[in-house]
Structure formats: C-alpha cells, structure tokens
Write a protein that binds this ligand. Structure first.
Ligand SMILES: [Fe+2]
Ligand SMILES: [Fe+2]
Length: 164
C-alpha cells in the first residue's frame, strides 16, 4: 500500500500535469494566432503529452487501489509579451516539475514506497528530455532567426522518435 504522503503528492501532481497541459495549450494558441503553425503544432503535441502524464499517474493510483481525487488545474492565457517569454515560461515550468518529482522520489524512498520508484524514475527521465527540448527552443528564439524560418529547426519530440 502506498503511503499517504506519497499518495497526496501524486494526486497533487495530476493537477500540475493538467496545469502544464493548459499552459502549453496557451503557448500553442499564442503561436497559431500569429500564423506560426509549426511552433503551434509543437506545443499542441506537448499539451497532449502533459495530459498523458496526468493519466499515467491516475492509472498508477488506480492500479494501487487508490481512487484519486482530480485537483483543479490552473487556467492559462495566451498573453505572452513575446515568443521568448512564452518559451522561457515553458522551460521554467519544466524545471519546477522536475523539482516536484525529485521531491516525490525523496518521499517514496523515505516512506519505503518502492513500488512507486520506477514510475517516478520514468518521470525524471522524461523531465531531462523536456528541459532539454525547452532549452533548445529558448536558444532557437534567442538566435534571432526569423520565427517563420526557425520552424524548420524545431527540435524533434521524444514521443515522435519513440513512435508513441
Ligand atoms: Fe509532464
Ligand atoms: Fe512537461
């Protein structure tokens, strides 16, 4: 049985993942409303991935006899000052999610919730990828390349490479 502390942290994470979904949707909307459809497609796909993350945790809790409560997700608006601000906000958000999973690993080990370790490890690996691709986007925008031309240099997405 999972400890109460880890169960609560995982439930809270469901909300964080749905908030990330909303945040990425807002970024996609920001780009598509400027006809930057390649950038938008990247972030629409990223939003779907965040939803899948939330569902992965819901599934894990159900499989462990927990009927999780689904927290409220943060609203998001496409009112970024610039493309740079949008992609920087994505990088910052990914870094805080990484910190959340690092904290969960700490809780899992302390509470001897060993069955949760592979799940949290999966997310930590995923975070390495996500931070790296958001960093690439920040670098791409900072290169000063025209954003329409820059669309041919968008990083490949992990899920696509894996055929997922
Ligand atoms: Fe995520
Ligand atoms: Fe993410």
């Amino acid at each position: 049985m999972l400890s109460q502390e880890l169960t609560q942290a995982l439930e809270a994470q469901i909300g964080h993942e749905f908030s990330a979904h909303n945040h990425y949707l807002a970024i996609a909307v920001y780009f598509e409303s400027r006809s930057l459809d390649g950038w938008a497609a990247f972030f629409f796909a990223q939003a779907e991935e965040e939803r899948a993350h939330a569902m992965k945790i819901v599934r894990f809790l159900l499989d462990n006899d927990v009927a999780p409560r689904i927290p409220e997700a943060r609203a998001a608006a496409p009112d970024f000052e610039s493309a740079l601000e949008a992609v920087r906000s994505a990088l910052e958000a990914e870094r805080s999610v990484t910190a959340q999973f690092e904290r969960m690993m700490e809780i899992a080990l302390k509470a001897q919730d060993f069955r949760a370790v592979p799940l949290i490890e999966w997310f930590l690996n995923e975070q390495i990828e996500e931070e790296s691709s958001m960093q690439k986007l920040v670098d791409l925008v900072e290169s000063g390349l025209n954003l329409f031309q820059a669309q041919s240099f968008l990083p490949a997405r992990g899920g696509e490479e894996a055929g997922a």
